[in-house]
Design a protein around this ligand. Structure first.
Ligand SMILES: *[C@@H]1O[C@H](CO)[C@@H](O)[C@H](O)[C@H]1NC(C)=O
Ligand SMILES: *[C@@H]1O[C@H](CO)[C@@H](O)[C@H](O)[C@H]1NC(C)=O
Length: 201
């Protein structure tokens, strides 16, 4: 829990303003995000996709904007949403890379779902800094490279999926009893729970 962390609530508002500004939003999903400085505390908690720790304060716990046709990159302004535990931007049109600082910005993330976008590049090994991570879903993007073996230190990780990307190399052995479906659809991944790596791989 984050009760020992001092978080400036105005940062969460800065975060959401930045998120809204950075996405192209043809469907108007973020139209309800109207920043009104004369409103009472907690007004961002009624924004679509926003969940707060407590509806009386603007401290954001979850940001869930799946399948909303959002384009752009993973917003830098997320660094001001430091209390976030759930980030679900799945099924959009988000491109660019997964920021290597994302877990410096959001150290309390428990659930990160960026599946079904246009993300490219590799998975930053720095995701190990999200030490409470339970669920990491990156399926259906254009990600490549290897699955970082450092993820073995993510002791709470239960639900992991990177299916339908361009990953290669050996699946780290601590993932051998994870569901195979989470690894399928990559040309070069091998080892349990998929087939053994062939000679020379
Ligand atoms: C801003 O909030 C105040 C106080 O809640 C309200 O009276 C006013 O109508 C709001 N303005 C807009 C543009 O929503
Ligand atoms: C997806 O994003 C790309 C690049 O930002 C843009 O060119 C394209 O029009 C977007 N596609 C849709 C369906 O929004």
């Amino acid at each position: 829990m984050v009760s020992n962390v001092v978080v400036a609530v105005k940062d969460d508002i800065r975060c959401l303003k930045g998120v809204k500004a950075s996405f192209k939003d043809p469907q108007g999903t973020l139209d309800s995000w109207v920043f009104n400085t004369s409103s009472l505390e907690g007004y961002v908690c009624v924004f679509s996709g926003v969940e707060c720790w407590n509806t009386r304060e603007n401290r954001v716990y979850g940001l869930q904007l799946p399948s909303s046709k959002l384009s752009g990159q993973v917003p830098n302004s997320l660094q001001y949403c430091g209390s976030l535990q759930i980030l679900d931007l799945s099924g959009n049109n988000i491109s660019g890379t997964i920021p290597s600082q994302i877990c410096t910005w959001l150290p309390y993330l428990v659930n990160l779902d960026l599946s079904g976008n246009q993300l490219s590049g590799s998975i930053p090994a720095e995701l190990v800094e999200c030490k409470y991570l339970n669920r990491l879903i990156l399926s259906n993007n254009r990600l490549s490279g290897q699955i970082p073996s450092q993820f073995s230190s993510l002791v709470r990780l239960r639900d992991f999926a990177v299916a339908d990307n361009h990953f290669s190399g050996q699946i780290p052995s601590f993932m051998s009893n994870f569901s195979a479906a989470g690894f399928e659809g990559n040309d070069g991944l091998c080892g349990k729970p998929l087939a053994a790596c062939g000679y020379g791989l």
